[in-house]
Design a binder for this molecule. Sequence first.
Ligand code: C5P
Length: 248
Amino acid sequence: AKCAVVIVAAGSGQRLGQGVPKARVLLGGEPMLVHTVRGVVRSGIASQICIAVPAEDAAMEQICTKLVGEFGSKTDLQWSIVAGGADRAESVRAALSVLASDITTVLIHDAARPLTPAGVFDRVSHALRDGAKAVIPALAVVDTIKTVVPAGLPGTGAGVEKVSGTPARSRLRAIQTPQGFDVDTLRRAHEHAQSLDAASAALITDDAMLVEALGEDVYVVQGSTHSLKVTTPTDLLLAEAMLAGPLR
Ligand code: C5P
């Protein structure tokens, strides 16, 4: 079974507020994407690595060229760089369109998770080998999670939110990447997603939910606190500390 790893790196990184696409934000003096790609190569599971980058981003292309050079001697590894799309799912679809024909499983990984340990890649790929068509890494949540709806305060009508429900915390999981799939299953899921209206498409935040919509079982393996998604300036601080210190 041949495995491709897709790294989606075409996001804008607005929430990080550094004015450059997130995958280019520096971590330990190097672009975040460099750490993410090294982690994927180190896992040793990929026969193809496909990176979806922002369209017409010369700096990002340069980073990718350098990365391919760094690992170019690994001749059994095929590299593909594609222009991403307007949303994450479109970026994934762009990557799926260039996978080699002998690929049977695919892992979709956020560029924004630069410190994912090899063990997470291993657990995901083992579950695929054991017959899962979809598998995702997860952590138990520490916060109590509530759903909310828009509301007005009783006295003033001031626009706030109010609680509409509290799911049992013991059954909630925070989902990470890499998310692993049988390649045909993921292709079907994304084809199905293309028929969604804009409002539904805007609610797509990971690949597994598209596979769930097909009625396929999505299996869960243990994630890692080191696999955090660098989204806010606080996350960046934490990632710097993990990279530098004994936390790693
Ligand atoms: O926005 P969010 O944090 O969910 O993004 C998760 C990952 O998806 C990031 O690594 C980002 O670069 C990627 N992405 C993408 N194309 C987009 C939007 C996000 O590749 N249009």
